[in-house]
Design a protein around this ligand. Structure first.
Ligand code: PMP
Ligand code: GLU
Length: 394
C-alpha cells in the first residue's frame, strides 16, 4: 500500500495531539495541568442539552434533508440580529464544526497553485487545509510589538497575485482582536486587491475589556460578495463535542460546499442541530454565554498577569478567544529540569515531562519563539500550572 502524496504531506494537528497526550497521562493517574485544548471547561448549558434529548426522544434520528431548514433560518436571523449581516437562507450551510466549514470552503475555492494570504501566527489547521486543496500559503508576518496584527499595506504588497485572505479575529493562537476600524481598512485593501476573504469569527462572543467585535462583511457593503463568514457553536456555547458550525456567503460558493458535503458527510447530526436551534432561539442563551465570558475574562487577566511577572516571558495581553501566546525564547538554549531546550517543541516537552504542564508549542502556529496556553480552565488549575512553570523556569 502506498498513501497519497497529498495525505503524506499532512501533519497531525498539534493542538489535538497535545490534548490527547495530556488526557492519556491523566487517565494513567498523572496529575497533568492542561493548558492545551482550545476547549471551554464548562458544560453545555442545560437548555441546549434538553433540546437535543427531546429531539432524540421524539424520533429526530433520520438524515436531515436540505441542511436543516429551521436551524438555517435561525442562523440567518442570528446573523442579521447580532452581526448586521443580511444573508438569505440559500447563503448558509450548516457543517460539522467551524473546522469542517473551513475545509469545505478551501476545497470549493482553491485550485492547485492558488495563493492564500495567511496572517502568522495562524491556527494550525489553516495551512494544512490550504495545502490539501493544492493552494500555496503566503504568510503575512506579524510581531508581538505590533500586537500580532497585519497591516493593510501587507495585503496590498502580498495580495497582487493572491486569491484569498484568511482572517481570524479574535485570534487563535494570539488572543488578539482587530478593532472595527482596523477591519474596515483590511476590507478596503482586500477590495483593492480583489481578494476573497474567509472570516473565521468563531470567537466572536469571547472578547474582553473595551474590545468591540464586528463582522468583517458588515463593515463595507462591497464585502458581502467577497466574504465567507465562518462561525460555530463550539466556543460560544461550550459545545466542542457536538461538532456544529456554519458558513454564510455567496450562494454559488455555499451551493458548491453543499455539493461537496452531499458526497463527503451529508448534513450534520439531526439531534445536535436541535440543540443548536435552541442555542440560537432560546431567550436565556445570552445570559448563559455572558456568564462564561465573564469567567473567562477573569481567568485570562490572571494568567496574563502571572505570565508577565515571570522573568524571560513576554506576553501580549489577550483581548479575545482564550489564549495567551507568550514569547519564551529567552529560555531557549538552556537546560530546564535536565532537558536541553532549544525551541518551542523542546520547551513544551520539558514542561510536560518535567512539571506535568501541557501547553502547545508555537512552531506549528508559525512562531517558534512562543508557546500557547489556553485559559479555558479553572483558576485553581491555572495557578497550579503556572506555579509549576515558574519552578521549571527558575
Ligand atoms: N477556527 C479557529 C480559529 C479555531 O480555534 C477552531 C478551534 N477549534 C475552529 C475554527 C474550529 O472549531 P470547531 O470545528 O470545533 O467548530
Ligand atoms: N481549535 C482548538 C485549539 O486550537 C481545538 C483543537 C483543534 O480543533 O485544533 O486548540
Amino acid at each position: 500500500m502506498q498513501l497519497s502524496k497529498r495525505i503524506t504531506a499532512v501533519h497531525a494537528s498539534a493542538t489535538i495531539a497535545i490534548t490527547a497526550r495530556a488526557k492519556q497521562m491523566q487517565a494513567e493517574g498523572i496529575d497533568v495541568v492542561s493548558f492545551g485544548a482550545g476547549e471551554p471547561d464548562f458544560d453545555t448549558p442545560q437548555f441546549i442539552k434538553s433540546a437535543a434529548i427531546n429531539a432524540l426522544d421524539e424520533g429526530d434520528t433520520k438524515y436531515v434533508p436540505r441542511a436543516g431548514r429551521e436551524l438555517v433560518h435561525a442562523i440567518v436571523e442570528k446573523l442579521a440580529r447580532e452581526n448586521a449581516l443580511a444573508y438569505r437562507e440559500e447563503q448558509v450551510v450548516v457543517t460539522f464544526g467551524g473546522k469542517h466549514a473551513l475545509y469545505a470552503a478551501c476545497q470549493a475555492l482553491i485550485d492547485p497553485g492558488d495563493k492564500v494570504l495567511l496572517p502568522a501566527p495562524y491556527w494550525v489547521s489553516y495551512p494544512e487545509q490550504i495545502n490539501l486543496a493544492g493552494g500555496e500559503v503566503v504568510p503575512l508576518a506579524t510581531e508581538p510589538e505590533n500586537g500580532f496584527k497585519i497591516t493593510p499595506r501587507q495585503i496590498l504588497d502580498g495580495g497582487a497575485e493572491a486569491k484569498i485572505l484568511i482572517l481570524n479575529s479574535p485570534s487563535n493562537p494570539t488572543g488578539i482582536t482587530y478593532t472595527p476600524e482596523e477591519l474596515a481598512d483590511i476590507a478596503a485593501a482586500a477590495i483593492q486587491r480583489d481578494l476573497f476573504v474567509i472570516s473565521d469569527e468563531i470567537y466572536e462572543k469571547l472578547i474582553y475589556g473595551e474590545t468591540k467585535f464586528a463582522s468583517l462583511a458588515s463593515l463595507d457593503e462591497r464585502m458581502m460578495e467577497r466574504t465567507l463568514t465562518v462561525n460555530g457553536l463550539a466556543k460560544t456555547f461550550a459545545m466542542t463535542g457536538w461538532r456544529l458550525g456554519y458558513a454564510a456567503g455567496p450562494a454559488e460558493l455555499i451551493g458548491a460546499m453543499k455539493r461537496l458535503m452531499s458526497h463527503e458527510t451529508t448534513n450534520p447530526v439531526s439531534f445536535a442541530q436541535a440543540g443548536a436551534l435552541a442555542a440560537y432561539t432560546d431567550p436565556s442563551a445570552g445570559e448563559a454565554v455572558e456568564a462564561m465570558r465573564v469567567e473567562l475574562e477573569k481567568r485570562g487577566r490572571h494568567m496574563f498577569e502571572r505570565l508577565s511577572a515571570i522573568e524571560g516571558v513576554q506576553c501580549v495581553k489577550p483581548t479575545g478567544a482564550f489564549y495567551c501566546f507568550p514569547d519564551v525564547s529567552a529560555h531557549y538554549n538552556r537546560t530546564l529540569g535536565g532537558v536541553e531546550v532549544t525551541d518551542s517543541m523542546s520547551f513544551a516537552a520539558a514542561a510536560l515531562e518535567k512539571v506535568q504542564v501541557a501547553l502547545v508549542p508555537g512552531a506549528p502556529f508559525g512562531e517558534d519563539r512562543c508557546i500557547r496556553l489556553s485559559f479555558a480552565t479553572s483558576m485553581e488549575r491555572i495557578d497550579k500550572g503556572l506555579d509549576r512553570l515558574e519552578t521549571l523556569l527558575e
